[in-house]
Design a protein. Structure first.
Length: 549
């Protein structure tokens, strides 16, 4: 794919041709307005034409076009709606239109900027974590915890050994103590960040130092988190999971509400250059339908739109609880404080003044996406097992179902799993012990299943797994292996007694005629059948397409 600089050079010629046609349209509008000075609709359309050129002129190397466009927008936009366009106003508008034509004819230069970000390699089957810790007990304990979670782990006791391990293979994540026998962890992290794609590697640091300045220094060196010893390892693992998962998320979906074609092309070029999926909406009347169908991760919102304003659309969006945390970034030619205030009051998260440089646009989008994804991760994950919650899992399952409707060959399979007689564990040994068992089963799922598989805590002791790319016999064998391994695992109660817990499972492949509700009910029915069959077994649904009513 071409870098966005190359793409912008190609788009520049299209911008000039389109803008010259727009100038001709503006001349026609001015003639209509001269004949009918009270024609508010014509005046408003002419103002929008100025607005469009103001937003994109400098983007394509025409700062004079942006200046003239802003002048025209303010000239016509500042009038009272009942006020007649006087001769002086029309004359000034005419002069600006002609100056715009000359500015476009005279040419300009394309704005400078950085190149496209390199493509990220596909993630490995198992994330590899490098643990750098000089305390043997802590290092062994952390390595065991990480391996239980399904990570591949390497460890080092010194900075020199850690540097050698990194030279041998750059890890997917680093967990590092600050104080090491031959140096400090800050220098190791700083060196890691200098490597190709080193900025993308999650780094978490731990130390007995509790001083605020030590924490700041850790973050300044490039760490993503700082944990004071004794460390809350569950919290550290939650943070590590989020940082790693963001690297294998599907490209973010960006909805651009923009009616000016040239600026929309600019947004597509810049955002598309780093892999974002971009949808442009020119007609605000289609906002609701596009919002629900496209399900954006972030919205870039123009303010001046035909018929409705970006403020009105954002207020409408905030009525949906599912979009309450969706980042909305306003893009406008208005740099005045009042515009920023109105944007915040409408529910916006940021205010970018056109023309927006590629570097600023990409940075703003990336930062708001990261924060939104972290919040989403915290709200969608069960606190005990760190698997998806019931509602989050169903949402992900529905997305898979919808994708399978378009591509039936995917044939995903839903597996419901339940810990047998789990109430007796809580009654006999206490809920704290029961929680340990639930966490152990969740860890087994993460350890034995692929990173691409969707895992959820469906209920109290009920779990759900969504797999793609496997045939029904393979899924059944996999479910049986999980059942057998967990059933053979010994758990220890507070009184040192040992006990085991068995698992029942129901398997439901998605057949072509299945609705989403029938698919999930089929998996529930298969699990119920496994319970009725005596528990500690796997049952595959007998459903066939012809049986669906």
């Amino acid at each position: 794919m071409s870098s966005w600089e190359e793409t912008l050079r190609e788009l520049r010629g299209e911008f000039v041709r389109g803008s010259l046609l727009r100038v001709e349209r503006m001349r026609s509008l001015l003639r209509l307005l001269s004949a009918s000075p009270k024609d508010e609709a014509t005046c408003h359309e002419l103002m929008l034409q100025f607005h469009g050129l103001a937003g994109s002129g400098a983007t394509y190397g025409f700062p004079e076009v942006t200046r003239l466009g802003l002048a025209g927008e303010r000239l016509l936009g500042g009038r009272d709606t009942e006020e007649q366009a006087d001769t002086a106003t029309l004359a000034s508008a005419g002069t600006l239109i002609e100056d715009l034509g000359h500015a476009l004819d005279s040419g300009g230069r394309v704005a400078e900027g950085a190149g496209a970000a390199p493509a990220e390699p596909a993630p490995p089957l198992r994330w590899q974590v490098l643990v750098v810790e000089d305390d043997d007990v802590t290092r062994a304990m952390l390595q065991q915890r990480l391996e239980q979670e399904g990570y591949e782990v390497r460890s080092a006791a010194t900075r020199a050994l850690a540097e050698a391990a990194i030279r041998e293979r750059v890890p997917d994540a680093l967990v590092c103590d600050v104080m090491l026998p031959d140096g400090n962890g800050y220098e190791l992290v700083a060196a890691l960040r200098l490597l190709p794609q080193g900025d993308d590697i999650p780094v978490l640091m731990a130390s007995v130092r509790a001083d605020f300045l030590d924490k700041v220094e850790a973050l300044t060196s490039g760490a993503d988190g700082y944990y004071e010893k004794p460390v809350d390892w569950d919290e550290l693992l939650r943070r590590l999971q989020h940082l790693l998962e963001r690297r294998r998320l599907e490209p973010a979906r960006i909805l651009c509400v923009e009616d000016f074609d040239e600026h929309a092309a600019y947004l597509r070029a810049v955002l598309g250059s780093v892999g974002y999926e971009v949808e442009v909406l020119a007609d605000p009347r289609g906002f609701e339908a596009t919002l629900l169908a496209f399900r954006p991760d972030l919205v870039l919102m123009d303010i001046l739109l035909p018929g409705l304003s970006g403020y009105e659309l954002t207020r409408f969006l905030r009525q949906y609880s599912r979009f309450a945390a969706l980042p909305v970034l306003f893009m406008t030619t208005d740099a005045q404080p009042d515009a920023r205030i109105r944007g915040l009051q409408a529910g916006g998260d940021d205010h970018l003044v056109k023309p927006v440089s590629p570097a600023l646009l990409l940075t703003a989008v990336a930062c708001h996406l990261e924060r939104a994804r972290l919040v989403k991760s915290l709200t969608e994950r069960d606190g005990l097992t760190r698997l998806l919650t019931h509602s989050a899992f169903l949402g992900r399952a529905r997305e898979v179902w919808e994708r399978a409707r378009r591509r039936p060959q995917l044939r995903p399979t839903l597996v419901m799993m339940d810990l047998d007689m789990f109430k007796t564990v809580n009654d006999r040994f206490g809920h704290a012990t029961g929680d340990v068992v639930l966490a152990a089963f969740a860890a087994l799922l993460r350890r034995r299943l692929r990173q691409s598989d969707v895992l959820g805590r469906y209920g109290g002791e009920e779990f759900a797994v969504l797999l793609e790319g496997l045939e029904e016999p393979d899924v059944t064998r996999l479910a049986n292996r999980l059942r057998e391994e967990f059933g053979a695992t010994e758990h220890q109660a507070p009184d040192s007694a040992h006990f085991k817990v068995t698992v029942s499972a129901g398997v439901s492949p998605l057949y072509e005629a299945m609705s989403f509700e029938v698919w999930t009910k089929s998996a529930d029915d298969a699990l119920y059948a496994a319970k009725q069959a005596g528990r500690d077994c796997v049952v595959t649904t007998p459903f066939r397409a012809s049986k669906e009513s």
